[in-house]
Design a protein around this ligand. Structure first.
Ligand SMILES: Nc1ncnc2c1ncn2[C@@H]1O[C@H](COP(=O)(O)OP(=O)(O)OP(=O)(O)O)[C@@H](O)[C@H]1O
Ligand SMILES: [Mg+2]
Length: 559
């Protein structure tokens, strides 16, 4: 379509003839000019100073046909300002904007004007850049519409990608081959305490990581990424305060067209939570293992307990008649000695020197005087020994049956303490003196077997805390309806960081096989069951006191 020729015919007042290179166009020029004009793929229109369309190319009319429903209005002889104004009045914001720009250029108020605007075509939306430039030689301007749909799409894609990068909680960065940061996403900038605008200055990869991890990245990560395209590892990244956060880091190498590495990109994911969960899992696994060990241990203890109870029962009988026979023997020995004394006197009275000398010699040879003195002592000591064995056997039997369907009973805790001390005597005797300092206390309603367990654990713990030459002091007192038992040791004490955890099941500082960490948690449960309290006070290097307070009447729900 040729339009330049039509100008004169269509305009009411004839326009000046088209000029090219300062000459009036002859027909040949016109044809050439029109050819060039039509060969330009972008829509172009020339307007005169009043906005009248004086010349359009082929692409302009195709554009009008495709994107407007008023093709005629875009042809030569129409006023383009009117066309644009009509669009603006229909609510087209871009048209309103274009109208202002067009006018400004036509009036010489602006050297040029540009506007990007969308056009809804039959199939899809396209974007154009409207460029308005004044005509140098004559008043008026040229309007050029450049199709920028492809560029716009790229920009949109880029903006979407950027918004994903900016929104992700992963730390994303780009650095050049020297480690200088070219880009850091919002999460990374925030972590490092950098400005939050993408234009704020960045730093260097070296500032991001602890020294050893930085070295690993530079010496291992970047070369491997350059060779293989990618490298990943678990490292730490430093936040603004210097705190180290464990991350899983991926480094990608990006070569240019010649194969030389252009830049590196990285994605780091915070794995603190994963690590925490893994630690928890490991702890749970360890605890499970300990529980299993403990169950085996308890199983063993139970069998030992049963065995001990059986042996105690067996020992009880012979000890019984040993005790009784020793009593009788003591009596017999006294009778025999009385008889011997009577014989002695009789022999002295007989006055037979040979007989007397024989008797004296026999007395000397047997150290008779010493025998007379020592035999009752021996018997007495043996009696005491037997008493002690009987007591231990009885305590063992009590312990073996402790907690077996035990009923709530009234009990003087001093008996429980003495009995328990008897049992743990062996643990304590080489390391500590034991002082028992018992005020008068009333009987309390309790499960004595279970309280024995509590005292036993506290006493054994005290023994374990003392290395040598210590003192364990056991006190009892009565106060406002409660009976208190305090067990104090001069042992190693409990550090502050540990004291909050000693009642936790399986918490132990003892080597494997020495403690299960259940003693205090079981004791706590037993004291609670009695409606009581267990308190601890400790000083590292000085010792520890555990206080157990129990209400005299027992708990309300005791049956
Ligand atoms: N008198 C004490 N002095 C110092 N530390 C103590 C004392 N009593 C308890 N502890 C600390 O508390 C931890 C837990 O004690 P607990 O009696 O529950 O378990 P355990 O003695 O380690 O093992 P278990 O009693 O099951 O054989 C001990 O490992 C120890 O670290
Ligand atoms: Mg213990």
């Amino acid at each position: 379509m040729v339009h330049i020729g039509e100008i004169d015919e269509m305009r009411a007042t004839p326009a000046r003839p088209a000029q090219w290179h300062g000459h009036a166009c002859d027909t040949h020029d016109k044809v050439l000019l029109e050819g060039i004009f039509d060969a330009i793929p972008s829509p172009i229109a020339a307007l005169d100073a009043s906005g009248l369309i004086v010349c359009v190319n082929h692409a302009w009319l195709s554009f009008a046909e495709e994107y407007t429903d008023k093709v005629q209005a875009y042809g030569v002889g129409n006023n383009y300002l009117e066309v644009v104004r009509a669009r603006a009045e229909r609510g087209d914001g871009s048209a309103a904007h274009a109208l202002v720009g067009l006018r400004a250029v036509l009036r010489g108020e602006k050297p040029s004007f540009e506007l990007e605007f969308p056009c809804q075509g039959p199939c899809k939306e396209r974007w154009f850049l409207m460029q308005v430039s004044p005509l140098a030689a004559q008043a008026g301007c040229v309007v050029l519409h450049v199709d920028i749909t492809a560029r716009k799409k790229m920009e949109q894609d880029k903006a979407r990608l950027a918004s994903i990068l900016e929104a992700t909680t992963d730390y994303v960065g780009i650095a050049d081959v020297h480690g200088r940061e070219l880009y850091a996403n919002r999460a990374l900038r925030q972590l490092r305490g950098l400005g939050l605008s993408p234009h704020d200055p960045l730093g260097n990869v070296i500032d991001c990581h602890p020294e050893s991890d930085y070295r690993k990245i530079v010496e291992e990560g970047m070369p491997e990424a350059a060779r293989m395209g990618v490298w990943s590892a678990e490292v730490a990244v430093r936040d603004a305060s210097g705190r180290e956060i464990p991350v899983h880091q991926l480094i990608l190498a990006h070569p240019d067209a010649t194969g030389k590495i252009d830049f590196y990109s990285t994605i780091m994911r915070d794995i603190s939570e994963t690590r925490r969960q893994a630690d928890e899992l490991r702890r749970a696994y360890d605890e499970l293992k300990r529980t299993q060990e403990q169950m085996v241990h308890s199983e063993k203890l139970a069998s030992i307990g049963q065995l001990a109870a059986g042996v105690a029962h067996e020992i009880n009988n012979p000890i019984g008649y040993l005790h009784s026979n020793l009593g009788t023997l003591g009596q017999y020995v006294q009778d025999v000695l009385a008889m011997v004394t009577a014989f002695e006197r009789a022999v002295e009275g007989a006055a037979d020197p040979v007989c007397r000398a024989g008797l004296e010699q026999a007395k000397r040879e047997t150290d008779f005087a010493f025998l007379v003195e020592d035999i009752p002592k021996l018997l007495e000591e043996s009696q005491e020994g037997i008493q002690r064995v009987r007591k231990i056997v009885q305590d063992l039997k009590d312990f073996a049956h402790a907690g077996d369907n035990e009923d709530w009973q009234w009990q003087d805790l001093r008996h429980s303490l003495k009995r328990t001390l008897n049992i743990v005597h062996n643990e304590l005797k080489y390391k500590a003196e034991v002082h028992l300092d018992c005020e008068d206390i009333p009987e309390i309603r309790c499960l004595p077997g279970q309280l024995n367990q509590v005292f036993m654990n506290l006493l054994v713990n005290a023994a374990h805390a003392i290395e040598s030459n210590g003192v364990v002091r056991v006190r009892t007192w009565h106060e406002a309806g409660w009976v208190w038992v305090a067990i104090t040791d001069t042992g190693c004490g409990i550090p502050q960081g540990v004291i909050d955890r000693i009642f936790d099941p399986f918490f132990t500082t003892k080597p494997v096989g020495k403690g299960t960490g259940l003693g205090l948690s079981i004791s706590y449960g037993i004291v609670k069951k009695h409606g009581g309290r267990i308190e601890v006070e400790s000083q590292v290097g000085r010792g520890t006191t555990f206080r157990v307070g129990l209400p005299v009447e027992g708990p309300e729900d005791a049956e």
